[in-house]
Structures are given as structure tokens and as C-alpha cells.
Design a protein around this ligand. Structure first.
Ligand code: ADP
Ligand code: S3P
Ligand code: MG
Length: 189
């Protein structure tokens, strides 16, 4: 949450000339225009996760599409089948401090898993994000490409890159992945 999936995904779709969709927005449309926060409150997280899987399944056969998922889409194994059926999954691996700063700046109301009624939003978000990363880290690592401090732009903190710079780096990392795939196919692996 806060890594820039929604923002960067839109830019990436423009650069590629692809369509764009955000799985959270599709879920909201499906559930009578309720917000993600309202869906969590009224129906619970497991209902939301079911809807998320349905949406990803529906999108999995489409081509020339950039999908920004929610940050929790990595948790269910079946989602990986859908995301990787035709797709390349990119992990925007942004340091937790930057995520918490962004979330605190926009407010936590739209992100129920980070929302607390009291306390300092930055500190609370940082703690919760760090817990989620512990839980989900292995799943994020299954991505085909990763934009991170370890990437080509490692000399600059990834949290200082603009969304457009992140989109460009994502494209470069996708290219690296595709070349590796090609190499493996040629080597018969
Ligand atoms: N590279 C970036 N640098 C600074 N702010 C960013 C960057 N990418 C996204 N943001 C801001 O962070 C917030 C969360 O971005 P968003 O795209 O909604 O993330 P996600 O979909 O991963 O939760 C938004 O306010 C957005 O404008
Ligand atoms: O990480 C998560 O579990 C979630 C991330 C959110 O999307 P963003 O990652 O776009 O904020 C949204 O799907 C929901 O609040 C749950
Ligand atoms: Mg988003």
C-alpha cells in the first residue's frame, strides 16, 4: 500500500498504449459503488478477497492491459495463477518509511488495514506495514520483475523517484525478465 501501483500503472499503460484498470476500482463498481473501506466494514476482508480473486480471474485472459492490484493480491496462491496466466507481475518495492509517509499524507481512511482512529498516522502505518511485509514478503518475492533499491537505479533511493521514473524502471526490469525468459527458452531450460 502506497508504493504507487495505481499511479504508476496508469503511466505505464499510457507508455505502452495499453488499457488500464485497477482491481480495487473494479471491486468497488461490482459491489454497488461501495468504497473498499465500506466493503471491509460491511462485508469483511474475506468477502473482499473473494471479489478480488474473481476480478483477477476475469482480467487474466485479457491482452494489452496494465492491472494495478491491491497490495494484498499476492496472498492467495490462486491469484498468482491469474496474474501470471498471460501477465508479468512487477513488485514496486519501496522502503516502508516512504510508504508510511505517503499514507499519512493522504490519510488512512481509504485503506482499512492501515486505519486507526487515534495515534500518529505515520507511526501506526509504519508499524502495520512492517507487520504486513513480514507476512507477505515471500509472496511479493514471487514477482517476475522488481523495482527496488537493488535495481539499476540503486544509487538513488527508490522512494525519491517520480512515478514516471518508476514506470520507466519497471519497463527496464520487465525487459530484463523477458530476456532471461528468452535465454532460458533458447537453452532449452
Ligand atoms: N513515486 C512516487 N513519489 C511520490 N509519491 C508517490 C509516488 N507514487 C505514488 N505516490 C503517492 O503515494 C500515494 C499512494 O499512491 P498509489 O498509487 O495510490 O499507491 P498504491 O496503489 O500502491 O497503494 C498517492 O498519494 C500518490 O500520489
Ligand atoms: O494491501 C492490502 O491488503 C490492501 C491494499 C489496498 O490497495 P492499495 O495497495 O492500492 O492501497 C486495497 O486493496 C485494500 O485496502 C487492501
Ligand atoms: Mg492502489
Amino acid at each position: 500500500m502506497g508504493s504507487g501501483k495505481t499511479t504508476v500503472g496508469k503511466i505505464l499503460s499510457h507508455v505502452l498504449g495499453y488499457s488500464f484498470c485497477d482491481s480495487d476500482t473494479l471491486i468497488e463498481q461490482e459491489v454497488n459503488g461501495m468504497s473498499v473501506a465500506e466493503i471491509f466494514k460491511l462485508h469483511g476482508e474475506s468477502f473482499f478477497r473473494k471479489k478480488e480473486t474473481e476480478v483477477l480471474q476475469r482480467l487474466s485472459s485479457k491482452k494489452q492491459l496494465v492491472v494495478s492490484t491491491g497490495g494484498g493480491a499476492v496472498v492467495r496462491d490462486v491469484n498468482w495463477d491469474y496474474m501470471q496466466k498471460k501477465g508479468i507481475v512487477v513488485w514496486l518495492d519501496v522502503p516502508l518509511e516512504a510508504l508510511a509517509q505517503r499514507i499519512a499524507a493522504v490519510g488512512t481512511h481509504s485503506r482499512p488495514l492501515l486505519h486507526y482512529e487515534d495515534g500518529d498516522p505515520y507511526t501506526k502505518a509504519l508499524k502495520r506495514l512492517s507487520y504486513l511485509l513480514e507476512q507477505r514478503g515471500k509472496n511479493y518475492a514471487k514477482a517476475n520483475a522488481r523495482v527496488s533499491l537493488e535495481g539499476k537505479l540503486g544509487y538513488r533511493d527508490v522512494s525519491d523517484l517520480t512515478p514516471t521514473e518508476i514506470a520507466i524502471e519497471a519497463l527496464e526490469q520487465i525487459e530484463v525478465y523477458l530476456k532471461e525468459e528468452d535465454g532460458m527458452a533458447i537453452a532449452g531450460l
